[in-house]
Design a protein around this ligand. Structure first.
Ligand SMILES: Nc1ncnc2c1ncn2[C@@H]1O[C@H](COP(=O)(O)OP(=O)(O)OP(=O)(O)O)[C@@H](O)[C@H]1O
Length: 242
C-alpha cells in the first residue's frame, strides 16, 4: 500500500459505505490540511455522519482508504483505531454523551485522566476549559444536574482538553439556541486557530459552515462540489439544503 502523495493531515480516497444495504457513502474523496477547518455540509441523510465516522476510525468503510498523517487508518485493528481516537482525535456529537457517574470536571478531564495525567493537573486544565465555556461554576456537579446546553459545553471541553490533532464535530450545535451555539463554536474555532487543530465540522446550517476555511458538500453520499469550486458551490448548496 502506497501513501497518497501529499501532506494532508487527513485524506479519504474513494470511500464507499452502506448501512445494512442502504448506501451512505458512494465514492467520497477529500483531503484536509493540517490546521484547516473543513465544513462538510449537505441535507439530512446525505452521509455527513458516516463520513466523519470513517475519517475518525469509528467505522471502517466497505471500500476506500483513510489516511492520517501519512499512515493508513482503515487497515488498523479495532484496538489500534480506538487508541488513535483516544490519543489524537476529539469528537463532539449533536448530543453530549457524558459519563453520568463522573462530575463535570472529571468528564471534561477524561482524555487527560485516561493517559495518566496527575489528578491535580488534569483538574486545573479542566477548570480552565470549563471557564472558557462559562460552566466552571458547575464543575463539581454531575451531568444529570445540568441543562442539555451545559452538557454540550462540557462535551466540547472534553474534546479540546488534550489538544488533539483533529476534532470531528458532527452537528455540534444542532440542539443549541443562539447564545450557546455561539459560545461552543467560538471556543472550538478559537482553540483550533490557536493550537493548529484540524477540524472537520459537519452541519447543515450555513451560518455554521460559513465559519470554516473551506466547504465540501454531500448529496446522497457523493460530493457535489468540484475541488476547484468547493468554496463557492458548497456554500450555495448548503443554503438551499436548510
Ligand atoms: N446505523 C444506521 N443504520 C441504517 N442506516 C443508516 C445508519 N446510519 C445512517 N444510515 C443511513 O445512511 C444514510 C446517511 O446517513 P448519515 O447519518 O451519514 O447522514 P447525515 O448527512 O449525517 O444525516 P443527518 O444530518 O440526519 O445525521 C442515510 O440514508 C441514513 O438513513
Amino acid at each position: 500500500m502506497v501513501a497518497p502523495p501529499d501532506d494532508d493531515a487527513l485524506r479519504a480516497l474513494s470511500l464507499h459505505h452502506s448501512h445494512t444495504g442502504s448506501p451512505a457513502l458512494a465514492g467520497v474523496s477529500l483531503g484536509v490540511g493540517e490546521g484547516e477547518i473543513l465544513a462538510v455540509c449537505g441535507p439530512r441523510g446525505s452521509g455527513k455522519t458516516t463520513l466523519l465516522r470513517c475519517l475518525s476510525g469509528q467505522t471502517v468503510p466497505d471500500e476506500g482508504e483513510v489516511w492520517f498523517n501519512g499512515s493508513p487508518v482503515h487497515t488498523l485493528t479495532a484496538l489500534r483505531r480506538e487508541r488513535l481516537r483516544r490519543e489524537r482525535f476529539g469528537w463532539i456529537g449533536p448530543e453530549p454523551s457524558l459519563v453520568p457517574e463522573l462530575t463535570v470536571w472529571e468528564n471534561a478531564a477524561l482524555p487527560l485522566l485516561l493517559r495518566g495525567t496527575p489528578h491535580r493537573q488534569a483538574r486545573a486544565a479542566a477548570l480552565e476549559w470549563l471557564e472558557h465555556l462559562d460552566i466552571s461554576a458547575h464543575a463539581n456537579r454531575r451531568p444529570h444536574a445540568l441543562t442539555q446546553p451545559q452538557r454540550q459545553r462540557t462535551a466540547t471541553a472534553r474534546a479540546l482538553i488534550a489538544v488533539p490533532s483533529v476534532v470531528f464535530a458532527d452537528e455540534p450545535t444542532a440542539t443549541l439556541h443562539r447564545a450557546d451555539r455561539a459560545l461552543v463554536l467560538r471556543t472550538l474555532l478559537a482553540a483550533a486557530r490557536s493550537h493548529r487543530i484540524t477540524v472537520v465540522l459537519a452541519s447543515h446550517d450555513p451560518e455554521v459552515t460559513a465559519l470554516a476555511d473551506r466547504t465540501v458538500t454531500l448529496l446522497d453520499g457523493r460530493r457535489t462540489d468540484t475541488p476547484e469550486a468547493a468554496d463557492a458551490e458548497g456554500q450555495a448548496e448548503c443554503s438551499l439544503s436548510v
